[in-house]
Design a protein around this ligand. Structure first.
Ligand code: NAD
Ligand code: ZN
Ligand code: ZN
Length: 344
């Protein structure tokens, strides 16, 4: 095997990625080397390549945190995975394992957490170095291309729904029906919820309907909030905002039922104004949610392996990455693009 691999590299924020030959990394103690089969393209990869957030990744770096592949190299001391296993290298690349957050199953907020495709090189490459203790274990029977969107879009949606505290029969509103939202609708239906899908694109709302959404609302309709509150009898018990748009956050809080919970997962840069009186007087909870723990990951993957949720995917080669980024930026991707490394 040559010691070079193809990778898509961010050399400067806001500039196209550069496809280049890089050295294949070598697995050190506790690490594994994964030969990439597929990697989903998340809107977070766009934020990363644009340097959108206060904590920026060090340049240059390889994005991608929905990478799935086969283990081809094992570092010293690794006992939990073996060569040939199919694993995923997720956003939560590693954590300390010892702090109060790690010990209480809140490992995604560990101060020492590393992030795949952000603080560590990710899956837009033919090989990925991973921490054996934090990889996703892909169940038998789930194809790599189908598993890819589950390890970020899937787990984030699934965990976000759980964090709303809704119960079967309740209403959940899902704002943003892209990569995350498509899966969120499916998880919500499996969990016995009534689903209101909100987007600005009628095509995405039509796809939401076909996935089982009970109600669809175009966020740009003048009376979107009023129409939604009326149709749900006072707003949704849980709201999950995945839209990478600040206006969706204000609207999502306004769609929350009294005593309900609005969970924020979309990450557009910036701030949004908060209707303090309404939130206080209606006892509304607004909270953030950041991907999911390894246990959430196992649960999210199990739903997919059982065929209860299935990501809608479009396959593309690595060489198309800049065109895919452009389309994602303009809301021009139906659900999830997955880079298929078997094609290149
Ligand atoms: P995507 O581009 O696939 O989908 C975004 C969707 O939002 C599109 O369908 C778009 O039409 C819709 N949208 C845009 N403006 C809207 C508005 N005002 N109201 C309603 N819908 C609107 O993106 P994605 O991959 O699903 O990611 C979405 C966001 O979630 C990104 O900001 C990403 O960084 C973030 N994210 C967060 C986490 C987390 O752990 N919290 C994990 C993954 C992704
Ligand atoms: Zn992601
Ligand atoms: Zn920790």
């Amino acid at each position: 095997m040559s010691n070079k691999m193809q990778a898509a590299v961010v050399e400067q924020f806001g500039k196209p990625l550069v496809i280049q030959e890089c050295d294949i990394p070598v697995a050190g103690p506790g690490q594994i080397l994964v030969k990439t089969e597929a990697c989903g393209v998340c809107h977070t990869d766009l934020h990363a390549a644009h340097g959108d957030w206060p904590l920026k990744p060090a340049l240059p770096f390889i994005p991608g945190h929905e990478g799935i592949g086969l283990v081809v190299g094992i570092g010293a001391g690794v006992t939990t995975v073996k060569e040939g296993d199919r694993v995923g290298v997720p956003w939560l690349y590693s954590a300390c394992g010892h702090c109060e957050y790690c010990l209480s199953a809140h490992e995604t907020v560990c101060a020492e957490a590393q992030f795949g495709g952000y603080t560590k090189n990710g899956g837009f490459a033919e090989y990925i170095l991973a921490d054996a203790s934090y990889v996703a274990h892909i169940p038998a029977g789930l194809a790599a291309v189908d598993a890819a969107p589950i390890i970020c879009a899937g787990v984030t949606s699934y965990k976000g729904i759980k964090e709303t505290g809704v119960k079967p029969g309740d209403w959940i509103a899902i704002s943003g029906i892209g990569g995350l939202g498509n899966l969120a609708i499916q998880y919500a239906k499996v969990m016995g919820l009534h689903v209101c899908a909100v987007d600005i694109d009628d095509g995405k709302l039509a796809s939401a309907k076909s996935l089982g959404a009970d109600l669809t609302i175009n966020a740009r309709d003048g009376d979107a909030v009023a129409a939604m509150r009326e149709a749900t009898g006072g707003g949704a018990h849980g709201v999950l905002i995945t839209a990478p748009s600040l206006s969706a956050f204000q609207q999502g809080v306004a769609m929350t039922r009294k005593c309900g919970t609005c969970v924020l997962v979309g990450l557009p840069p910036g701030e949004f104004p908060f209707p303090l009186f309404d939130v206080v007087a209606n006892c509304i909870t607004v909270r953030g949610s950041f991907v999911g723990t390894r246990q959430d990951m196992a649960e999210a993957l199990a739903f997919a392996a059982e065929g209860k949720v299935k990501a809608q995917i479009e396959l593309q080669p690595l060489s198309a990455i800049n065109r895919v980024f452009e389309r994602l930026e303009h809301g021009d991707v139906a659900s999830r693009v997955v880079i298929d490394f078997r094609k290149d």
